[in-house]
Design a protein around this ligand. Sequence first.
Ligand code: FES
Length: 84
Amino acid sequence: MSRPDPAEVIITECRNGPLLVRGPFVLANDRDARRARPRRNVVALCRCGVSTIKPYCDGTHKLVGFRTDEPNRADGAGSDGAGS
Ligand code: FES
C-alpha cells in the first residue's frame, strides 16, 4: 500500500459522527476570512449541529444519537439515492 500524498486532503465521513479531515487545509468563514490553520494532522468537523465548539466535533453527537446514512461511495454502492 502506498503512502498518501502529503499535500492531499482526505475527508472521511464517520458513520454517525464527524467528518475527519486529514492533510494541509485552511478553515475559512463565509466571508472568506481565514479562521484557522489547524496544527493537528487530523481534525474532526461537526456535522450533527450540536457541538459546543463548532465547527469542531466535541463528541456530543453520541449523546444525542446522531445518525447518518451509509456514506456515498464513488462507485454508487452503498447509496440507494433515496436520500433517507
Ligand atoms: S459530529 Fe460530533 S458533535 Fe457534532
